[in-house]
Design a protein around this ligand. Sequence first.
Ligand SMILES: [Zn+2]
Length: 88
Amino acid sequence: MRKHCTMSELLAVRDGEGSAWARAHLEECPFCQQEMDMLYGRVAALRALPAHRPPRDRWAAIKAQADPTNLFHRNQNVPPAPVADERA
Ligand SMILES: [Zn+2]
């Protein structure tokens, strides 16, 4: 016998797609109503986070620091990784 809505069921109800059982249960169950309120609170808190976007004017500084001769030969002095011995 089922007791409470799962998080998936709560999300479906929030999106207007919940099962009849989940919608009916949510209307009468304080525990699931509290879970739904917390879900809305979390979504609101996540939406309130500041947007982080990379600065768009960094390429000139990066290009000035990059040594094009190192980009293609960076790993030449690193010995090759040992090959696993298939006989072992
Ligand atoms: Zn419940």
